[in-house]
Write a protein that binds this ligand. Structure first.
Ligand SMILES: NC(=O)c1ccc[n+]([C@@H]2O[C@H](COP(=O)([O-])OP(=O)(O)OC[C@H]3O[C@@H](n4cnc5c(N)ncnc54)[C@H](OP(=O)(O)O)[C@@H]3O)[C@@H](O)[C@H]2O)c1
Length: 272
């Protein structure tokens, strides 16, 4: 796969709730992403809910050359407008996860889910039962590969005792490197790390070395932030999200940018 993927959470309404303002533009974003070489699209049952998966199924259901990574384990109660995790309660009961897997297959119009990720470990359900469903869906042929999301090293280790884990998806960007230890673990164990919010959800600083390098190269700050991720570790597969073709094209430029060691050092220094 190409290392620069696409995150589909933004193909929904305000607060990641309901349909997007401009569904036609969102379909174009998906098609254009694939045209530009994206072959990894991240989604989840809870985006919309169901809206992003349905758009992907409608638009790219027949493209089995595109890896679709979806998730289950978070439910929705309201638009996430300032609510944060309260808008996304985890539910990890095995029968619920199983049902969501079946419904994701339907919405995505696929016979098999390329990568199925546990969106969160539900603290109210034994973790081994949740990992067990990942293993069972894989052995039943509904899921090709299995991943985790927002986890610690001990949680990855616990899961790996039950099922092979090929990917971890934690929040990680220039302004939040709390998962650096998880990234190192992934490097050591040949696990892909999909950094979510790679553009800091649009809140990257417009000042400092990142902005200077962006200006010198005539690129957007976000493009350079993505190039930094790609250079920082070979295990990183960023999944920037956007609902606009112009932003997608800007983000995809990162795949062709090679930062010099001096630029890398300046960026690293600027974030310490
Ligand atoms: N595992 C998890 O728990 C989890 C949590 C959150 C997200 N994710 C995944 O990670 C993906 C990425 O995260 P994210 O979407 O939250 O954050 P992000 O990729 O860091 O940033 C997306 C935000 O930045 C804006 N943006 C994107 N490209 C831009 C550009 N070139 N210029 C200006 N603004 C730009 C987007 O708005 P526009 O639409 O206006 O471009 C959107 O508001 C999601 O789509 C989802 O697949 C996973």
């Amino acid at each position: 796969m190409h290392r620069l993927g696409f995150g589909s959470m933004r193909l929904t309404g305000r607060g990641i709730w309901g349909p997007p303002e401009d569904p036609a533009e969102c379909r174009t974003v998906l098609r254009r992403a694939v045209e530009l070489g994206v072959d990894l699209i991240d989604t989840a049952d809870s985006y919309g809910p169901y809206v992003a998966e349905e758009l992907i199924g409608d638009t790219l259901g027949d493209r089995d050359d595109v890896v679709i990574a979806t998730k289950a384990g978070l439910t929705r109660v309201a638009p996430d407008i300032g609510l944060g995790p309260a808008a996304w309660p985890p539910v990890g009961r095995p029968e619920y996860l199983r049902q969501e897997c079946e419904m994701s297959l339907r919405r995505l119009r696929r016979d098999v889910i390329d990568l199925w990720q546990l969106h969160r470990i539900d603290p109210n359900v034994p973790a081994e039962d949740q990992f067990g469903v990942l293993r069972d869906m894989q052995s039943e042929g509904k899921v090709r590969f299995v991943g985790l999301s927002q986890v610690s090293v001990p949680q990855i280790e616990a899961a790996r005792k039950i099922v092979q884990i090929v990917s971890v998806q934690n929040r990680y960007h220039l302004g939040d490197r709390a998962s650096e230890e998880v990234l190192r673990y992934c490097e050591a164990h040949d696990i892909a790390f999909l950094p979510w919010a790679p553009l800091a959800q649009g809140r990257l600083s417009a000042e400092g070395p990142l902005a200077t390098i962006a200006q010198e190269r005539g690129e957007a700050v976000g493009t350079i932030a993505l190039a930094w991720l790609l250079a920082h570790s070979e295990n990183l597969l960023p999944i920037p999200g956007t609902s606009r073709v112009a932003h997608l094209e800007q983000n995809m430029r990162a795949a062709n940018i090679e930062l010099t060691p001096v630029e890398m050092a300046a960026i690293e220094e600027g974030i310490q």
